[in-house]
Write a protein that binds this ligand. Structure first.
Ligand SMILES: Cc1ncc(COP(=O)(O)O)c(C=O)c1O
Length: 446
């Protein structure tokens, strides 16, 4: 849940951020309406929260400094976010040449990026390698597509079939149907082939779950990677330099007091301290038994970044159909697609038009929707103070896997992103899209 500190820093700045997010005209009645932005909303991100969450991960998981988090750039590639995390010692997990270029903007050093993609043209592998990323191959066939043998190489292994302890969801997919990773049964032959090609140093990666809040599930992932590490040593003499357990540490999107939802054991916050203790025990035990140990990496995006951001949108209409709908002057399809697509839950607060909390209205069931011709709801059937025109709705935990997943279906444009810097100033870190932006690829009619 968005911490009280984060709320205390962000909420008083909402009105200012909305003004800063108006980077283009909103009134379309100008000579060239394509220069207008459609969204009247704004994303507001707290730099201090990014720093605090990154340093908490470093402190709890890597007290000895042997490894670290490679933030998955896809979660939110904004360069101010990358720079903030890079300054906390994070490396980056990239999945396209675009993301490599994003990560390089942060000033990241050689060997501090992993390149993980499951459908990868050989030119992309070469590009990633040249830019200093460690290749993490999704399949044995990619060995045949390497123009040059890298000194260090990692494989992504699919361990889903090996475990029955839960934690998967439809985002990652069922074991048998997943498109990711070398099947566990083939992993030894993949490493054997790479060793034969002259690779000197190796890593092993997996991404088992996403948004899972159980420290036990995440510890089991490390345990399995360490079992494979032992096997690689005994069968091939390969002593892994590192294991990387991917991302997937979840956050508590749901508020325990929200009557609209069921709140269960699995919705509680992730116990970072316990996880840190347990993974370090596993690594020490491995070292004690084997006389060596690999470094340990993660690629968490959601955990450090989602609770640093909110998305705010004004309400321009309230419609009473079979249900009551509060309609936003901003589009969830562009700014928060995941809410309707999966659908996932984002907690919502209602503020009045001045940005003050609403206390004096009846709590009723209503949905919040954007202007999209898909029957998806940014918030569906929630118990909230009766929303009226002019209110501001605040979606929590939108810093990650939010704006970047958005689309321009229905011709809608994305909101601006504003960062509250640690020194208290507000900074526009990405302007709002205009109509011209989303139609810029069209070739003019002749
Ligand atoms: C390979 C890889 N690593 C890391 C992540 C980050 O996942 P999460 O945001 O759940 O930590 C993702 C997905 O977003 C991914 O595909």
């Amino acid at each position: 849940m968005l911490s009280q500190e984060t709320q205390g820093r962000l909420f008083p700045r909402i009105s200012e951020a909305l003004t800063l997010g108006r980077t283009s005209p909103i009134d379309l009645n100008i000579a060239d309406p394509t220069l207008c932005q459609l969204s009247q909303g704004v994303h507001l991100i707290d730099q201090q929260t990014l720093e605090d969450r990154a340093s908490a991960m470093n402190r709890e998981i890597w007290p000895d400094g042997r490894g670290g988090n490679f933030y998955a750039v896809k979660g939110n590639p904004n360069h101010y976010i990358l720079k903030t995390l890079g300054d906390q010692g994070f490396g980056f997990d990239c999945s396209s040449p675009t993301e490599i270029l994003d990560a390089l903007k942060s000033g990241v050093g050689f060997g501090r990026m992993m390149y993980t993609a499951n459908a990868t043209p050989s030119a992309h592998l070469k590009f990633a390698m040249d830019k200093g990323a460690i290749l993490n191959l999704d399949d044995i066939v990619y060995l045949g597509m390497l123009e040059e043998v890298p000194k260090v190489l990692s494989f992504r292994v699919n361990i889903a079939g090996m475990r029955k302890d839960g934690g998967q969801n439809k985002i990652i997919g069922e074991a048998g149907a997943q498109k990711y990773g070398v099947p566990y049964e083939k992993i030894i032959s993949a490493f054997r082939k790479a060793k034969g090609m002259g690779v000197q140093d190796f890593g092993l990666h997996t991404m088992y779950a996403t948004n899972n809040r159980s420290w036990k599930v995440h510890c089991t992932t490390l345990q399995i990677l360490l079992e494979i590490a032992k096997k690689l040593k005994s069968e091939l003499g390969i002593q892994l330099k590192f294991v990387n357990a991917g991302g997937g540490i979840g956050i508590d999107y749901k508020h325990p007091d929200d009557r609209s939802i069921k709140y269960g054991e699995e919705d509680k916050p992730f116990d970072l301290r316990r996880y840190g203790i347990e993974v370090n025990l596993l690594l020490r035990e491995f070292e004690f038994n084997n006389g060596w140990r690999p470094d340990f990496y993660l690629e968490c995006a959601r955990y450090p970044v989602a609770p640093a951001g909110i998305w705010v949108a004004p309400i321009i209409a309230v419609t009473q159909k079979y249900r009551r709908f509060a309609c936003m002057a901003a589009c969830d399809g562009s700014d928060l697609l995941r809410a309707g697509m999966y659908p996932t839950h984002h907690h919502v607060d209602v503020l009045d038009s001045n940005g003050n909390p609403v206390h004096d209205r009846p709590i009723i069931k209503q949905s919040i929707v954007g202007p999209l011709c898909e029957n998806i709801h940014a918030a569906s059937q929630r118990f909230l103070p009766r929303i009226i025109i002019g209110d501001l709705v605040v979606f929590f935990h939108t810093g990650c896997h939010g704006i970047v997943m958005g689309m321009d279906y229905n011709g809608w444009t994305k909101s601006a992103q504003v960062m509250r810097m640690s020194d208290g100033t507000l900074k526009l870190i990405s302007r709002a899209q205009t109509i011209a932006d989303i139609r810029c690829l069209q070739v003019p009619l002749v």
